[in-house]
Write a protein that binds this ligand. Structure first.
Ligand code: FCB
Length: 454
C-alpha cells in the first residue's frame, strides 16, 4: 500500500490472484469514437438525429468527429498494443455497413472493420465485436425501429453479414450492449435516442432485442467456427435506500423490472413475476402482447458495472421511485456512488442465480474532470483508485468461485458520453479534441503494469 492511498493500488500485488490467461482489455463503441459520420457511404443513425434535437445533449455536441478514430485507428491500436491490452471490445456501426439498414451492404464500411481487426491481430490484441451499441440506422427507425417485430430479421441479417466478413478472424461476439438502457432510456425516459417516452414501446423494444439475440446467435454459430457469443447486461448494485418495508419492496421490484427483465429470459426462465407485476401495475404492458422469448444460449455473460443505485419509494405505486446515489456517498463526476463491494456481490449473485458458463466484466470505469498538467501529463489519481478497488473486487469474486474470465475498462479514449456530450472523460487515454492529441493518463500506465503482472 502506498502512503497516499488508503487501499491497495500496487499493480504487482493486485495482479497476483489473476490467472495468466486472464483477459485484460479495453471497451469502446462506434458512435462514441469513430466520427467520419458522413464518410464512405455511412448513413445517419438515430444518434445522429437525436444529437441534433435542441436540448438533447448537454453541450449541444454530436459524434460527427468524436475521436476521429475512423481515420486514426492504426495509431490508436498501436497504442493499445503498447499498453499491453489483450483484448479490445469495439462495436460495429450498422449504418456504416448497411446504410439502409437492410439489403445492400457498403463495402468501404466493411473494409474499415476488416482493417481494424487486422490491425488488432497484428498488435496482439484479440478483437471482441459488439454488434449493437444503440446506434440503429435512422432508416430502420423510420420503419418502426426495434419496437417492430421485423427488427429480429433485420438484426439477424446484419449479424450474418459481419459474421461472414470477419468470422474467419473474430471469435468473440457480443450481440447487444445494455439492452435495458437502449429500451428504457431511449423509448420510455426519452433521454437517449430515439428520444421516445412510451413504456409499452420500450417493453416491445426489450422483447425484440431478446428475440434478436437468440436468432442472431444461431446465425453467427452457423457461420463462425468456435464463436463465443454473449451479451453485455448492465447490472449495478440495487440497494434499498432505507430499511423500511416500502423501500425494500421498491428496490426488489426495480431490480426485477429492469435487470432480471433481461437476465431471467436469457437464462430460459421467461419474464420475472415481480417485474411483470410492477410493469403491469404501472400500465407499461397495456396493449402489449407479451410471450416469453427464447433462452439466450450464452457462452459468457457480460457484466457492465459502475455503481450502487439506492432506491426509495415516493409512494406505494410501482415506478414512483427515486433511484440514485445516497447523499454524501463517495461519487464520481457522473454522481455515481462508488461501490467496489457491489461489484464483488453482483458477480457472486449472478453466479449463484444463473450460473453462466463464464462472466466477463465488459465495462467498468469512472469519469473525472481530468486536465493535462504543466508537466504535460494527466495525473488521474482518483481513476487509479477506482480501478484498483474494482479489480480487487473481481479478484475477491474469483476467490469465491465465480468464473470471471475477463475485465474490460471503459474506456480506452475519452469519448462522446451520449447525452452528456464531451463533458465527461472516461478514458485511460486523454483526448484533446481540438487537435485530436492522445495522452496516456497515469491510469493507462498503471493498467499497463497490471496487465504485465506488475
Ligand atoms: C455505459 C455505456 C457506455 C458508456 C458508459 C459510461 O452505460 O454502455 O457506452 O456510456 O456507460
Amino acid at each position: 500500500m502506498s502512503p497516499s492511498h488508503p487501499f491497495e493500488t500496487d499493480p504487482a500485488v493486485l495482479a497476483r490472484p489473476f490467472p495468466t490467461d486472464f483477459t485484460w482489455g479495453f471497451a469502446a463503441s462506434a458512435y462514441q469514437i469513430e466520427g467520419a459520420a458522413a464518410e464512405d457511404g455511412r448513413s445517419p443513425s438515430i444518434w445522429d438525429t437525436f444529437a441534433r434535437q435542441p436540448g438533447a445533449i448537454a453541450d449541444d455536441s454530436n459524434g460527427d468527429v468524436a475521436c476521429d478514430h475512423y481515420h486514426r485507428y492504426a495509431a490508436d491500436v498501436a497504442l493499445m498494443g503498447e499498453l499491453g491490452a489483450r483484448a479490445y471490445r469495439f462495436s460495429s456501426s450498422w449504418s456504416r455497413v448497411l446504410p439502409t439498414g437492410t439489403g445492400v451492404s457498403n463495402r468501404p464500411g466493411l473494409d474499415f472493420y476488416d482493417r481494424l481487426v487486422d490491425a488488432l491481430l497484428g498488435a496482439g490484441v484479440q478483437p471482441l465485436i459488439n454488434l449493437f451499441h444503440w446506434d440503429l440506422p435512422q432508416a430502420l427507425q423510420d420503419r418502426g425501429g426495434f419496437a417492430d417485430r421485423q427488427a429480429v430479421g433485420w438484426f439477424t441479417d446484419y449479424a450474418a453479414l459481419l459474421a461472414t466478413t470477419l468470422g474467419d478472424r473474430v471469435k468473440d461476439w457480443m450481440t447487444f450492449n445494455e439492452p435495458a438502457c437502449y429500451a428504457f432510456l431511449g423509448h420510455a425516459d426519452g433521454i437517449h435516442a430515439p428520444g421516445l417516452q412510451d413504456w409499452p414501446t420500450a417493453i416491445r423494444v426489450a422483447d425484440n432485442q431478446l428475440r434478436a439475440h437468440a436468432a442472431a446467435s444461431e446465425a453467427i454459430r452457423a457461420l463462425v467456427d468456435d464463436a463465443k457469443i454473449g451479451m453485455a447486461i448492465d447490472v449495478n448494485q440495487v440497494a434499498s435506500a432505507t430499511d423500511s418495508e416500502r423501500d425494500r419492496r421498491a428496490a426488489e421490484q426495480w431490480s426485477s423490472a429492469r435487470d432480471a427483465w433481461f437476465l431471467d429470459p436469457l437464462f430460459g426462465r421467461g419474464y420475472p413475476t415481480l417485474g411483470l407485476e410492477a410493469h403491469r401495475e404501472a400500465g407499461h404492458l397495456d396493449d402489449v402482447d407479451l410471450v416469453d422469448p427464447p433462452a439466450g444460449d450464452l457462452d459468457y455473460l457480460g457484466l457492465n458495472y459502475y455503481r450502487r443505485d439506492s432506491v426509495s419509494a415516493r409512494s406505494d405505486r410501482a415506478f414512483d421511485w427515486d433511484i440514485g446515489a445516497v447523499a454524501g456517498s463517495e461519487q464520481t463526476q457522473m454522481d455515481w456512488h462508488i461501490a467496489p463491494d457491489g461489484l464483488r456481490d453482483t458477480l457472486v449473485d449472478l453466479h449463484q442465480r444463473y450460473a453462466p458458463r463464464e462472466i466477463a466484466v465488459t465495462e467498468n470505469g469512472a469519469a473525472y474532470p481530468d486536465t493535462i498538467g504543466p508537466d504535460g501529463q494527466v495525473h488521474d489519481v482518483p481513476r487509479v483508485d477506482y480501478l484498483a478497488r474494482h479489480v480487487a473486487a473481481v479478484a475477491d469474486a474469483i476467490g469465491a468461485g465465480v468464473p470471471v474470465t475477463g475485465y474490460y475498462v471503459w474506456s480506452f479514449l475519452d469519448n462522446y458520453e451520449w447525452s452528456l456530450g464531451y463533458t465527461r472523460r472516461f478514458g485511460l487515454v486523454h483526448v484533446e479534441y481540438a487537435s485530436q492529441r492522445r495522452t496516456p493518463k497515469d491510469s493507462a500506465r498503471w493498467y499497463q503494469r497490471l496487465i504485465a503482472g506488475g
